[in-house]
Ligand binder design. Structure first.
Ligand code: HC1
Length: 574
């Protein structure tokens, strides 16, 4: 450790800390716009400047390391003056469209202006006063007139997700964020994960808003509009309404969706149980044949896109199962349509996802079992939050309600899909019982839990050794794939999720500001909500789900059947 003084207070902080980290230990958040703990420390925005005894100028606290005996002041008049000047210069270049901005009230720039008491901007506006929109991709809108060049998105894209399809183009006044040669995002190998959106401090990056399509469908008397929510939405949505991170709001979420006017409120988790039946069967088949191993999970469309673009040699390894989102949609327009006697063309299927890549996934080829797209609109958790607010629904005060029964029963195994390792654990709970023919006693597979980037375990299923690995975040997935490719590692079953920590930390989840992201592990807190729900349930295995059993009896015959393949499986393109 290092002994130093911050604002005259003696503190002891870990050696190797930067000043911004040291200040956090004694309860002070030094303001910043570009700093993101563990991801982006580049000292570029100059908001985090502080005074250091003996230093000739103010220093950027996010990059300045502490040393023994150092004395730092974080809030002197000179510091305040410098921060205010920097902020004025940023604001002189920022299109201040706060009233209409999707990030109004959770914008870090807006908050900083308020916190620093920014009463006036002395400089003439020199920025773009019209939107500067790039909206070529199905999942994202970039408005560079609101960009403050903090480069957090660039760090997320290249460091977290390896793909690095955005960067800073041009120099000086003309500097802006874009893809190489300013190509549209749809023409570069972006995987649609949305991690750039989650780290953007302003409204420069947002998901493509599809709520208008849902409002229109809800108002159309010829449409039967059904909705279902992904596992992680219940673990995130409460944050949109000020509830603590990690609050499970399943009951209130269902109540809100009903009040929005959906004809049926279903659970994507039911389809997650179906996924386990199909994927478990596929795993057993591949183990028996010894072909295309390891089997790699297919639920994360960002991961699928990454594989298709960057590692096409692994395409034969990917499970042919559609994702639970797509299985839900496919079953709505086939099985449910048939049972309800509704023409599939009149069923409008909405999914609520923690994910932006799901907006891309609904438009993929071979995702329309009924002849119509399986899913019509995929909204993010944030978009649902906006719909609830627009409708004046008092979310926090709502009673807990239950999903509609036809497609609303799900196992604990399905709920944990939202956390990295969850699909693996869910699948093994079912596969282990099928292989051994005995009930599995220890259901908590701790080795595949937690937020580590890559996890490994070996399970012995009646003499069949199943070596598994789990990776989340594309940089971690790349390491794992390289180790398999080089022959260094061998596995039978691999789970890959594009977002670090899995869907709970998806690109469509509520945005937490940098100071919160730097203080708590939001991935672990949200995952905790799902693991607690699973632990409290009696139904914890997908194959024991009565709704799923009935679905096979009534319609799909058995997992892996010809019909199941037609409705629930898909193909990939190199
Ligand atoms: Fe996910 Fe999935 S878990 S991909 O993480 O398999 O998005 O939550 O909905 O489809 O079920 C996301 C979450 C989600 C699918 C399921």
């Amino acid at each position: 450790t290092v002994k130093m003084k911050i604002n005259g207070l003696g503190v002891e902080v870990p050696a190797g800390s930067t000043i911004i980290e040291a200040a956090k230990y004694c309860g002070i958040d030094i303001p910043s716009l570009c700093y993101l703990k563990g991801l982006n420390a580049i000292g570029s925005c100059r908001i985090c400047v502080v005074e250091v005894k003996g230093a000739k100028t103010l220093v950027a606290s996010c990059v300045y390391p502490v040393s023994e005996g150092m004395e730092v002041w974080t809030n002197t008049p000179e510091v305040q003056k410098a921060r205010k000047m920097t902020l004025e210069l940023i604001l002189a270049n920022h299109r201040k469209d706060c009233l209409n901005c999707v990030r109004s009230q959770d914008c870090e720039l807006q908050k900083l202006a308020k916190d620093l008491g920014m009463e006036e901007v002395r400089f003439e506006f020199e920025g773009n006063d019209t939107p500067d929109i790039e909206a070529s991709a199905p999942h994202l809108v970039r408005d560079n007139s609101k960009c403050i060049l903090c480069r957090r998105c660039v760090a997320a894209c290249s460091r977290l997700q390896y793909v690095g399809v955005i960067g800073t183009n041009n120099r000086g006044y003309k500097t802006h964020i874009g893809s190489a040669f300013d190509l549209p995002l749809s023409e570069v190998p972006c995987i649609s994960c949305g991690q750039c959106i989650n780290v953007c401090p302003t409204g420069a990056l947002t998901e493509k808003d599809d709520t208008g399509k849902v409002w229109a469908a809800l108002a159309d008397p010829t449409k039967h509009v059904v909705v279902a929510t992904a596992p992680s939405v219940r673990a995130g949505l409460g944050e949109e309404f000020g509830l603590p991170i990690g609050t499970n709001v399943e009951g209130r979420m269902v109540a809100a969706l009903r009040r929005l006017g959906f004809a049926k409120v279903f659970d994507v988790d039911t389809a997650a149980d179906v996924t386990i039946m199909e994927e478990g069967t596929e795993l057993l088949g591949r183990l028996a044949e010894g072909k295309n191993l390891p089997l790699i999970t297919s639920c994360s469309p960002g991961w699928i896109k990454f594989c298709e673009y960057y590692y096409p040699e692994f395409i034969p390894n990917i499970s042919s199962c559609k994702s639970p989102q797509q299985m839900y949609g496919a079953l709505m327009k086939t099985y449910y349509a048939e049972k309800q006697g509704i023409d599939p063309k009149d069923i409008f299927v909405v999914s609520i996802m923690p994910c932006t890549a799901k907006k891309f996934e609904i438009g993929r080829a071979d995702e329309s079992a009924s002849g119509y797209p399986d899913v019509d609109v995929s909204l993010t958790t944030r978009e649902l939050g906006r719909m609830i607010k627009k409708a004046g629904i008092r979310f926090v005060d709502l009673p807990d309600e239950q999903f509609d029964p036809a497609f609303g029963e799900a196992s604990g195994a399905a709920h944990i899909f939202g956390a990295t390792g969850g699909v693996m654990e869910a699948a093994l709970r079912t596969v282990a019982e099928i292989v051994t023919g005995k009930p599995l006693v220890q259901l908590d597979l701790e080795d595949v839990r937690g937020t580590a980037g890559v996890k490994e375990a070996v399970y012995d299923l009646n003499g069949t050794k199943v070596r598994v690995a789990v990776a989340s975040g594309i940089s971690n997935a790349k390491k794992l794939l390289d180790s398999i490719k080089s022959g260094e590692k061998q596995y039978e079953f691999v789970e890959i999720m594009a977002c670090p920590g899995g869907c709970v930390n998806g690109g469509g989840q509520p945005i937490q500001p940098a100071n919160v992201r730097g203080s708590v592990d939001i991935r672990a807190l949200r995952a905790g909500a799902l693991y607690s729900e699973d632990a409290a349930m009696n139904l914890r295995k997908s194959h024991e789900n009565e709704t799923v059993k009935k679905l096979y009896e009534d319609y799909l015959e058995k997992p892996g059947s010809h019909k199941a393949h037609h409705v629930l499986h898909t193909t990939y393109v190199a």
